[in-house]
Design a protein around this ligand. Structure first.
Ligand SMILES: C[S@@+](CC[C@H](N)C(=O)[O-])C[C@H]1O[C@@H](n2cnc3c(N)ncnc32)[C@H](O)[C@@H]1O
Length: 264
């Protein structure tokens, strides 16, 4: 548990159990069933479009890879993937899961603010659902910029700091007894990052932001609320929750989640 300027964040939640990522049941399974369906197709399109810039982008680094939910998607696209995360239990879970799928991914335990890789060694670096958990996230951006090749692509997603994100991720997601779908203190609202703050940091570190898209759940709000109530009670799995939310709509509304990319 870490207290940052009054904001309490618990990054130990990833170290308590190793079955949180792929069981299809708990909060971390939401990354596979709710987040991957919007971010993976977007990143595929970005890579296809920017491949002429990142022409030799064979190596992908996933910073804060957790249990490998995104790293596996890149490996399945044919990239040579390295994943790094400070949570040793998550790295163990990621390694086991990739082996079970016959995927070769180089997983390492380590922190995003001190990457154990040479300068300019990756054509693509991604960091998804991670920056908003880290006090010194600007040091992660600095490291990402260092290990990216010139012309390489940085792919990210994170959470905006707005009234709407407070409602969705803090009130409904963590605090309200009947709706919460995330562990207490998984997020701290003060640590969410406004798109302009991220863009300015990218620029300071030599990364030119090209695009930002918002992602909003596709289902209607009432259906979503019902899905939250049922997930909260253990009546539906993360996979079912993902289905009910109906896939997420990519668009200009960046009030809650947003994703984008920058070029070095
Ligand atoms: C919500 S999970 C996201 C996992 C993965 N990126 C995904 O989207 O499927 C947040 C991850 O950030 C990791 N994390 C926390 N502090 C970090 C740091 N200093 N450097 C890199 N990763 C960190 C956690 O261990 C956890 O695996």
């Amino acid at each position: 548990m870490d207290t940052i300027a009054g904001a309490v964040i618990d990054n130990d939640i990833y170290n308590r159990r190793s079955d949180i990522w792929w069981s299809g049941e708990g909060f971390a399974s939401l990354l596979e069933h709710v987040s991957n369906p919007w971010r993976v197709p977007y990143f595929q399109r970005v890579i296809a479009g920017e491949m002429k810039i990142a022409a030799d982008a064979k190596r992908v680094l996933d910073v804060g890879c957790g249990g490998g939910v995104l790293a596996e998607a890149f490996a399945a696209m044919g990239f040579e993937v390295t994943g790094i995360d400070p949570s040793e239990k998550s790295i163990a879970a990621a390694t086991d899961h990739a082996a079970g799928k016959g995927l070769t991914i180089d997983y390492r335990a380590g922190s995003g603010d001190q990457l154990p890789f040479s300068d300019e060694s990756f054509g693509i670096v991604c960091c998804c659902d991670v920056l908003e958990h880290i006090r010194n996230w600007e040091d992660v951006i600095s490291e990402v910029a260092r290990v990216l090749k010139p012309g390489g692509v940085f792919l990210y997603d994170t959470i905006n700091r707005t009234k709407m994100s407070k409602l969705v991720f803090i009130k409904l997601g963590q605090e309200w007894k009947y709706t919460r779908f995330l562990p207490p203190n998984m997020h701290a609202w003060d640590m969410f990052i406004k798109p302009d703050e991220l863009k300015r940091s990218l620029e300071r570190h030599g990364l030119r932001n090209i695009d930002i898209k918002g992602t909003m759940p596709g289902g209607n709000p009432l259906k979503m609320l019902i899905a939250m109530l049922q997930f909260n009670r253990g009546r539906i799995s993360a996979a079912e929750f993902g289905k009910r939310v109906g896939g997420s709509i990519e668009g200009p509304n960046i009030d809650v989640n947003y994703m984008g990319y920058a070029i070095k």
